[in-house]
Design a protein around this ligand. Structure first.
Ligand code: SF4
Length: 315
């Protein structure tokens, strides 16, 4: 197993002794070459989880194993350098994540030079990666602010892949792009994952993209995993009331897998921040099937099959 996330929690202290449980005992695995989607509404803890996977923050409890080795809580400069060539991240905010003082070719070459390659080789490799992600050679000397949103995201992908990682964490990589550009970037990520046997954690709130791209899916709500399993199974027969509500409120998903066919139905209520959460199902206040037990006991994760697990008292 390439990545094992084992009961990982990340809390943030707030004023007056309150605690935000952003990620709460989350467990899942990623095999080599596999694409795992993390879905859920804003505030579900997806991005915090993604940042933990690349060492941007450390878990309060639980552990993350990469190739069988537990990742350190605190990264030394040496750890960081080693991990940067194994696990890379693509961010939603391409403007904030690309240095404005480096040209496109320098952005991609930087990681290779830090790793010890000489400047000439690094620039040659960088140019070949710019070509692989579909950026014309005429753009190599441009600065990030001179590129379009789609071109900047391609540049971010080239930068991440040039150091040949085994795992790529993508945090909402296309949500700021036009629909036509989204399709190009999704196709590019899929082609690269296939040709390089690259594993991916794909964080998105757009279920239709996750359905198209991912082998498996993890559904999060208020920091907790509600359901996880094989993507085709979960989208065809969502087992958790929250997943059912997400799928039925996503018209694009229904058009492809229409098993929960209903009219477009937004989920009632809003996601609450998981601050000092009580021992209960976190979805109870919005769940149309909630019973008394749901408000007083957290549901265990139950395997429906080898392909699907659900945390719900009604299963
Ligand atoms: Fe709904 Fe209860 Fe299941 Fe939670 S445990 S999803 S509240 S039925």
């Amino acid at each position: 197993m390439l990545l094992q996330v084992e009961a990982v929690s990340r809390y943030f202290k707030l004023a007056r002794g309150r605690m935000l449980h952003a990620v709460d005992e989350v467990s899942f695995n990623v095999d080599g070459g596999e694409i795992v989607g993390i879905v859920g509404e804003s505030g579900s803890g997806k991005s915090t989880l993604g940042r933990l996977l690349v060492g941007l923050g450390s878990p309060n409890s639980g552990q993350i194993r990469y190739n069988g080795t537990v990742l350190p809580r605190e990264y030394s400069a040496r750890d960081r350098l080693r991990m940067a060539s194994e696990i890379q991240m693509i961010f939603q905010d391409t403007r904030g994540s690309l240095s404005p003082r480096l040209t496109a070719v320098e952005v991609v070459a930087e990681g290779l030079i830090i790793r010890g390659e000489n400047r000439l080789n690094a620039h040659n490799t960088a140019r070949s990666w710019l070509a692989k992600v579909g950026l014309d050679h005429s753009l190599a000397e441009r600065y990030p602010h001179e590129l379009s949103g789609g071109q900047r995201q391609r540049l971010g992908i080239a930068r991440a892949l040039a150091v040949e990682p085994q795992l790529l964490v993508c945090d909402e990589p296309v949500s700021a792009l036009d629909v036509s550009v989204q399709a190009q970037i999704i196709n590019l990520l899929y082609e690269i994952s296939q040709s390089q046997n690259l594993a991916m954690v794909f964080i998105a709130h757009d279920l239709s993209l996750v359905q198209l791209l991912c082998d498996r899916v993890v559904v999060m709500y208020m920091g907790k995993v509600m359901e996880q399993g094989d993507a085709a199974t979960v989208f065809r027969q969502p087992g958790h009331p929250y997943t059912q509500a997400l799928v039925s409120s996503s018209p694009q998903v229904r058009q492809i897998e229409d098993s929960t066919a209903q009219n477009h139905q937004p989920i009632p209520g809003e996601v609450q921040a998981p601050i000092n959460p009580v021992a209960a199902c976190r979805f109870a206040d919005r769940c149309s099937k909630a019973e008394a037990k749901c408000h007083s006991q957290p549901p265990p994760m139950i395997a429906l099959s080898e392909q699907q697990s659900v945390a719900c008292h009604l299963v």
